[in-house]
Design a protein around this ligand. Sequence first.
Ligand SMILES: C[S@@+](CC[C@H](N)C(=O)[O-])C[C@H]1O[C@@H](n2cnc3c(N)ncnc32)[C@H](O)[C@@H]1O
Length: 423
Amino acid sequence: MTADPARQAAFDVLTAALAHKAGLESALEGPALARLEPQDRNFARALVMATLRNLGPIDKALDQRLQRPPPEPARMILRLGAAQLFHLDTPPYAAVNASVALADALRSTRGFKPLINAVLRRLAQGGPGDVDAADFAPAWLFARWRAAFGEDAARAVAAQIAAEPATDLTARDPADAPALAEALEATRLPGGSLRREGRGRIETWPGFVEGRWWVQDAAAAIPARLLDAQAGEAVLDLCAAPGGKALQLAAAGAAVTALDRSAARLVRLTEAMRRTGLAAETVAADAAAWPHERTFDAVLLDAPCTSSGTFRRNPDVLWTLRPGDIARLAETQSRLLDAAARHVRPGGRLIYCVCSLETEEGEAQARDFLKGHPDFATQPAAGGEGGAPAQSLTPEGWLRVLPHQLDGGLDGFFIARFVRGAS
Ligand SMILES: C[S@@+](CC[C@H](N)C(=O)[O-])C[C@H]1O[C@@H](n2cnc3c(N)ncnc32)[C@H](O)[C@@H]1O
């Protein structure tokens, strides 16, 4: 029995993303897919994404047919088999046989061939079963979202996990957006982002080489719009790489200092600046320990976070996240907020944002920040400001953007704008 290379690669990527927590993006860019023929690569990618987008319902259906949990590698093969049966239109005999062949190819799963065969045959006969929106997220995360946003919103958020997102772009020059929308066959979103269905090789899309746009989720473009950088203002972007927000600030004419701890990620920022004909001063440093005394007209802190709001593109984040990660990252965010505050000149603005759905990283951070920094006050956002969905405005004037608040979805974000007292 020989395993099909595309399924073998999908197994490797899924294992890297889920079991080794290597990050989906780097797992997809790694050698497993690179060595495949294009057609196989497309199939392997589609299989991994279908499995991750439907992981909750798939695991539920498998658990109903398993007497005890199988070892992780056997479960991965079962998951891939179920995704082929229910989401990729693979004929049942092919899905089952290919899964058994894959099990045969690995020493750790060879002994589970009969189990894999039997469970997948039963699944093929019985179908996926009842699927509830809540099944798409891990139960503990869904419970948190329900507590924070209410039952209906939590269900609407979880339902977004299954859908393949479009690609959102930000135009370097907002006046160019109508022409770009036409050339790219994209729709224009509130706030000015462009949305193009599908994926593919973006470097071949109109306007890429000329640097007329960059890829940026519609929600990720809101924080820099709220900062409203003016030409000539000195702006510090404290966790800047790979650079979507720094590009927006530079495009507005601000003198941008882009700081990030990761020199490797700053290289991506510098390349994007070069491609778009924009510029920023870059600093590779730990923001919390940056000794610079300089203050700025405005500071943007897009802090490291659980990234639970980015599950539409990286569904693995939901399944690799552990409750302890939230508290650990919240502590880092609080330290970085203290550092950010030090660099805001009297009368200057501070934007704090995270692509997280967890309140400890959002509302609780903003509340604690105001308590610990009496010289700062919230500068409330207006309804719909910066293209934010109207429902995202909180009573405090912050933005709690949820992925279902725009047709076709957008990333989950928390965004707060503060202003420092003038003296
Ligand atoms: C959410 S990402 C920033 C995304 C970026 N603002 C953008 O729009 O493309 C968080 C960034 O924080 C950086 N980071 C994490 N801890 C840091 C620290 N202590 N000091 C500076 N940067 C840090 C990471 O390297 C990562 O690039």
